[in-house]
Design a protein around this ligand. Structure first.
Ligand SMILES: Cc1ncc(COP(=O)(O)O)c(C=O)c1O
Length: 403
């Protein structure tokens, strides 16, 4: 039998932190390895598999579209693409009337940044310390963290980084600013929730300066926090929202939703994509939107609250803080986070890092209270094993934050 781990090491560029697992299939909230061992998936492929694995509605819609027409350039009219754009805009609300489809989160942010330049004629951007928006050049320019940026500097345009959650820094948003890009909750750098009304303040500062507000909902969107968009309580009228990850049920997809005013500033041909809005992804989007009902969002909100409370009640010295909203939860541990993740994996529960000292849970929305119990008892076991190394300081955006 071929040793696939050896083959992978030989032929695939070694850029991902390795989990040492060969996963063969997924069903519901479980992933199964090559020895038939089942793992409770509490990370849904970095937030992609929001409906778990092999969801019947998604699988049926994708299979049908695969048989009918998986790919069609944007120059041709396509029913599923038009319907997906329309359903997505309706679901997001907030004055977002036009959609540009991309193929990933970073690509969506690339497009959003270019659209802000086109809408304002300016090239200065304000972004946030410890923010993460992707690793392609434009998105990387908006991403903080020397670990990712240093070899590539100078990066694009003029990006000013200000403190996340601190309204005093918003004075940096001025009449030279094309746009401000912000995550409603900072995901990769440790699941950091801003103080109430911070997003609203950012929105007001943008309006006053004539700058475009780009809300990066790539990790928080499509219901992850129990609201379809995590920011919609604070931003009544959006300029731009970017989406990705779970948008198309596991098929690569990204989306930039924008107001009519922004859309009017984008000329034909200036930004297109061969694969963007392909019918297969569009069918995935329609299927996801039909399953992520208001009832499902209430379930995400309720179970997330229970999970947060139960994690906060764990009596362990290693836990410094439990943060998050809905099914986006980070546990800051005063110990080696990677070691805790390894122990969790040994207990057959999969989570991911959010910086070296934070264990992040991004479970599929279909988990139930029994699954939570399994995850909690594995987490308690991982913490209670001896030999955890304490961490003195926790650098954010360290190498293991990579998704
Ligand atoms: C908030 C946010 N923006 C952008 C991205 C980049 O998305 P992708 O990896 O699909 O390019 C991520 C990925 O983790 C993210 O969390």
């Amino acid at each position: 039998m071929i040793d696939v781990q050896r083959l992978e090491a030989l032929r695939l560029l070694n850029v991902y932190p390795r989990r040492g697992l060969v996963i063969r299939r997924g069903e519901g909230v479980f992933l199964e390895d090559d020895r038939g061992e089942r793992y409770l998936d509490m990370m849904s492929n970095y937030g992609v598999s929001i409906l778990g694995h092999n969801h019947p509605a998604v699988t049926a819609a994708l299979s049908e579209q695969l048989r009918t027409l998986p790919s069609l350039h944007g120059g041709f009219t396509c029913d599923v693409r038009a319907e997906a754009a329309s359903a997505l805009a309706a679901r997001c609300g907030g004055g977002l009337t036009k959609v540009f489809f991309a193929n990933s989160g970073a690509e969506a942010n690339e497009a959003a940044l270019k659209f802000a330049v086109l809408a304002t004629g300016r090239k200065k951007f304000v972004a946030f310390r410890n923010g993460f928006h992707g690793k392609t050049l434009g998105a990387l320019s908006a991403t903080d963290g020397a670990a990712y940026r240093a070899p590539f500097e100078p990066l694009l345009w003029d990006f000013v980084f200000i403190e996340y959650g601190n309204p005093f820094g918003l004075a940096a948003i001025d009449d030279q600013t094309a746009g401000v890009i912000i995550e409603p909750i900072q995901g990769e750098s440790g699941v950091r929730v801003p103080p109430p009304l911070f997003l609203a303040e950012v929105g007001k500062a943008c309006s006053a300066a004539g700058a475009v507000l780009i809300v990066d909902e790539i990790q928080t969107g499509i219901g992850r926090t129990g609201r379809f968009l995590a920011s919609s309580d604070e931003i009544p009228a959006f300029d731009i929202v970017t989406l990705g990850k779970g948008l198309a049920g596991g098929i690569p997809a990204g989306a930039v939703l924008m107001s009519e005013k922004i859309a009017r500033a984008i000329p034909r041909k200036i930004h297109t994509s061969t694969f963007g809005g392909n019918p297969l992804a569009a069918a995935g989007i329609l299927a996801v939107l039909s399953v992520v009902s208001e009832e499902m969002l209430s379930h995400v909100e309720r179970l997330g609250r229970i999970f947060l409370e139960r994690l906060r009640n764990i009596d362990a010295d290693a836990i410094l803080e439990v943060r998050g909203k809905g099914m986006m939860i980070g546990v800051e541990v005063g110990a080696d986070g990677d070691e805790i993740l390894r122990r969790l994996q040994k207990e057959r529960v999969l989570a991911i890092p959010a910086g070296p000292g934070v264990v992040r849970f991004l479970p599929p929305y279909i988990i139930d209270e029994n699954h939570l119990e399994i995850a909690l008892s594995a987490f308690r076991a991982a913490l209670s094993e001896r030999g955890l190394r304490p961490t003195a300081s926790i650098p954010v955006n360290g190498p293991c934050a990579a998704s």
